[in-house]
Design a protein around this ligand. Structure first.
Ligand code: WQD
Length: 337
């Protein structure tokens, strides 16, 4: 049985990926520092799959911690989620973001180099493209100067991984996510934003739940059909399954270069107002919102061309936007009390 390390495995995308790994028969060990997740997620993963992953609460910013882990564990592959991910916060605290997102990546790659560990899946983001010149966005789209230190850590991270693969004959795949949303069908795991949600969907569900007074829609003067910005919202379970497909590609040595990257989205763009209307329809909840000024750093539109990911990963999305929005609402309701 292959043993896979999932860093950040108690987080939103990480926990859903752990469930899918276990469903596929992989043995999973999680490293998480609990800075943006809760230990209860570990038990909830076990409630879904019947298997409790091994767990280490470790801060990956310490090289000693990383070495200690690998002294104790034989690993066949790594899926690396652990990182700070708030775009706005990264502008206020760039050094925290570079120390954590880049530092921990380097320490992990050094252990892979020194112990001949192969098969690395990196959590990247469509944010590396900035405002793409053409839509939908293909993997050939140029990488634009990052709009935030967070986005820069994803761009720099990919470069570090590419150079490491070339120099040390390692194999890695970077998955460039669009906008992950929703929750597992069991409603036992989902998004757990700490504090005021930065992302749209948790803010929507918290507004519908009465936790937030009103949703602010950041701008309705974009060059889009209804003036609000367009994104590619992908169900988190579909996104999790893309990680399994990418890992299997490396384990089966089907990769064509030692560093590959794929856009992981639905291929469909939805505006903020379309999201609001769909949410109200599928949940029968009325959303209180107002239009306010644009948010700094937002792009007008971003949605994926999924051709390459579909072909090379033998993966495609199976869930609809309505499935994702309804699961997000059911998850929010399960958080009461
Ligand atoms: C979506 C749309 C907002 C909140 C970012 C990162 C990306 C990934 C996902 C980490 C935009 C609008 C939002 C609100 C709003 N992060 N919005 N009111 O900015 O596309 O992507 O988060 O992995 O890397 O770049 O996602 O959910 O913040 O915003 O109107 O209260 O919703 O303006 O158009 P974004 P988002």
């Amino acid at each position: 049985m292959k043993r896979i390390l999932v860093t950040g495995g108690l987080g939103f995308i990480g926990s859903h990926t752990v469930v899918e790994l276990q469903n596929e028969g992989f043995e999973v060990v999680i490293i998480d520092d609990l800075s943006n997740s809760k230990i209860e997620v570990l038990d909830n993963i076990e409630k879904i799959t019947g298997i409790k992953p091994d767990f280490y609460q470790l801060d990956l910013r310490s090289k000693q911690n990383v070495q200690h882990f690998f002294n104790e564990n034989t690993i066949d592959g790594i899926i690396h989620f652990a990182a700070f991910k708030a775009v706005g916060e990264s502008v206020q605290k760039p050094l925290d973001y570079y120390e954590n997102n880049i530092g921990s990546l380097v320490y992990l790659l050094q252990e892979m180099r020194d112990r001949n560990i192969d098969n690395f899946i990196f959590s990247s983001s469509c944010t590396v493209y900035g405002q793409a010149d053409e839509l939908p966005i293909t993997e050939n789209a140029p990488i634009k100067p990052a709009a935030s230190p967070y986005g820069n850590t994803k761009q720099i991270g990919e470069e570090i991984i590419k150079d490491s693969c070339t120099a040390h004959n390692m194999n890695a795949i970077s998955l460039r996510y669009f906008n992950p949303i929703g929750a597992h069908d069991s409603i036992k795991i989902g998004e757990l934003p700490l504090g005021v949600p930065q992302n749209l969907i948790p803010y929507v569900t918290q507004t519908a739940a009465g936790i937030r007074e009103q949703l602010s829609i950041f701008g309705d003067d974009y060059e889009t059909p209804d003036g609000t910005a367009v994104r590619d919202y992908i169900h988190v379970v579909d996104l999790a399954k893309a990680h399994i497909s990418a890992l299997q590609r490396l384990l089966d040595k089907k990769n064509k270069q030692n560093f590959e990257f794929f856009n992981v989205g639905t291929g469909k763009g939805s505006s903020v107002l379309e999201i609001v209307n769909s949410f109200e329809k599928v949940t029968n909840q009325k959303l209180n919102y107002k239009i306010v000024a644009r948010r700094a750093g937002d792009v007008t539109a971003a949605y994926a061309d999924t051709t390459i990911a579909n072909q090379e990963l033998h993966w495609k999305t199976e869930k609809s936007l309505d499935d994702a929005l309804l699961s997000a609402w059911k998850w929010q309701e399960s958080q009461k009390g």
